[in-house]
Design a protein around this ligand. Structure first.
Ligand code: NAD
Length: 493
């Protein structure tokens, strides 16, 4: 078992109070690492280091081109360490190694994309309607960014937040989830070896309430970017509002995956499985409501149940395994409580619905892939995010009803549509209230495409060209070019 210190101002440090938290391998049920249990004092040290790096020292005067080179070097460092980082993430959150390796191999592209964007941040020279005036806009880094992330894909969230923040010239204090901090702490060394100056990225760890709260409220933090649950997000949004901090929120969802009778039903069934049983359903974009046209609902449900029977639960490190354990004990209890609620509300469980026993896993934090049918959209299981392998099947008659049901939730993160009719594909994509719509596919991502939520799934976008906007402020500068005239001081110029 190893201790993994925090990273503040370029050096590895324990928490000021000297306390540690244990990190548990959810498959084996064993403590495998310790992380510092930081508090307000640590948050303060990290924010002050980030502020110093922003205002003085090499980062504050570095050219955008050089910033781009550093981001590229970080991407290279991740590529070199991809296997090791994937193993750490699987150990910490129990997601299958094949998936974590896939994510790590894709991550450098995120850093390269924003490396390329760093020196393409441009202002403008608008032709203002005033005589003797030259005006320009410039874009400046928003300042010190507090970045709080969840446990399901830690280094992906680090990339989605830090790559655009650094490209824009900001400095960052990262606070990963207390359930899976080790890969983010390992990333510190990669950033250091890439040549990132001290204080540009700082990493603090601990419980959300003990260090996350003080970090978000710190007066020297200019912006908060958060990936996590809608309930924590709402609370953090309120804390940030007190001093008008800029905010990006990547929250949960209750995404509809919609299957029409004319779809390629084999592909749709695979897409439905990917949408809810990939990562054991522990993904923000989970297609947790499967809307199926009534004419094919029964047959499609049978097809899906057969496919679900073939899912292999087990050791996340094995290439034979499709889904691993639920990542944390509270999450495990939460998923079970939704299964109970669905049964109580009259939904019909057609497969799964129970805790599973898996060889080699002493704690048994496994839940069978579960499908409920006869679900109505007002049931708790259809309205609230579960973040686990639980699918609700809901029937619909026609396009209009599909849209009505799909949009009848507080969330708007993602949606899937399965149909062969192009006109319908486009009509549905436009009518769905979701930041991402997948047509005849599901769970496809790219650093080049923005992702983010409508409605209560979030604020702002990460990824793509617009992903950098949230880390920039626009400033207008006006010059008088007139020769010696004196303006009337009592009139607006
Ligand atoms: P969470 O809200 O419990 O925690 C997220 C982060 O907030 C953690 O770092 C945690 O320590 C911190 N935190 C918790 N309480 C806090 C407090 N009182 N003050 C300050 N910080 C606090 O979420 P989670 O369980 O780690 O992650 C699962 C959630 O994340 C799901 O709802 C999922 O949908 C969401 N998520 C969203 C996206 C997206 O891009 N939209 C991606 C992944 C996960």
């Amino acid at each position: 078992m190893h201790d993994h210190p925090m990273f503040i101002d370029g050096s590895h440090q324990p928490a000021a109070g000297g306390a540690w938290l244990e990190s548990t391998d959810p498959y084996k049920g064993e403590v495998w690492a310790r992380i510092p249990r930081g508090g307000a004092e640590d948050a303060d040290r990290a924010v002050k280091a980030a502020r110093r790096a922003l205002k003085s020292g090499p980062w504050s005067t570095m050219s955008a081109t050089k910033r781009g080179h550093l981001l590229r070097a970080i991407g290279d460092g991740i590529a070199r360490n991809a296997d090791r980082l994937a193993e750490i993430e699987t150990r910490d959150n129990g997601k299958i190694l094949a998936e974590m390796k896939g994510q790590m191999n894709a991550l450098p592209e995120f850093w390269y994309y924003y490396a390329g964007l760093a020196d393409k941040i441009e202002g403008s020279v608008p032709q203002v309607d005033k005589p003797d005036t030259l005006a320009m806009t410039v874009r400046e880094p928003v300042g010190v960014v507090a970045a709080l992330t969840s446990w399901n894909s830690p280094l992906t969230f680090v990339a989605m937040k830090c790559a655009p923040a650094l490209a824009a010239g900001c400095t960052v204090v990262l606070k990963p989830s207390e359930f899976a901090s080790v890969s983010t702490l390992a990333f510190a060394q990669i950033a250091k070896e890439a040549g990132l100056p001290d204080g540009v990225i700082n990493i603090v760890t601990g419980l959300g309430s003990e260090i996350g709260g003080p970090l978000v409220q710190h007066p020297l933090v200019d912006k908060v970017t958060f990936t996590g649950s809608d309930s924590t997000g709402r609370m953090i949004y309120q804390l940030a509002a007190a001093s008008m901090k800029r905010v990006t929120m990547e929250l949960g969802g209750k995404s509809p995956n919609i299957v029409f009778e004319d779809a390629d039903l084999d592909a749709a069934a695979v897409g439905a499985v990917a949408g809810i049983f990939g990562a054991a359903g522990q993904m923000c974009t989970a297609g947790s409501r499967l809307l199926v046209q009534n004419s094919i609902k029964e047959a499609f449900t049978e097809r899906l149940v057969s496919l679900t029977r073939t899912i292999r639960m087990g050791d996340p490190n094995s290439s034979e395994t499709n889904i691993g354990p639920i990542a944390t004990p509270p999450q495990f209890q939460k998923v079970l409580s939704y299964i109970e609620a669905a049964n109580a509300d009259g939904a019909r469980c057609v497969i799964g619905g129970k805790v599973a026993t898996v060889d080699g896993s002493s704690d048994g934090q496994f839940i069978e892939p579960t499908i409920f049918t006869d679900v109505t959209n007002n049931m708790k299981v259809a309205q609230e995010e579960i973040f686990g392998p639980v699918l609700s099947i809901i029937g619909f008659e026609d396009e209009a009803e599909a849209v009505e049901i799909a949009n009848d939730v507080i969330f708007g993160l993602a949606a899937g549509v399965w149909t062969a009719d192009f006109g319908r594909q486009y009509r549905m994509a436009r009518a769905l209230e979701a930041g991402t719509v997948w047509v005849n596919t599901y769970r496809a991502y790219s650093p080049i495409l923005p992702i983010g939520g409508m409605k209560q799934s979030g604020l702002g976008r990460e990824g793509g060209l617009v992903g950098i906007d949230d880390y920039l402020e626009t400033k207008s500068i006006l010059f008088s070019t007139g020769k010696g005239q004196t303006a009337n001081p009592f009139l607006q110029r």
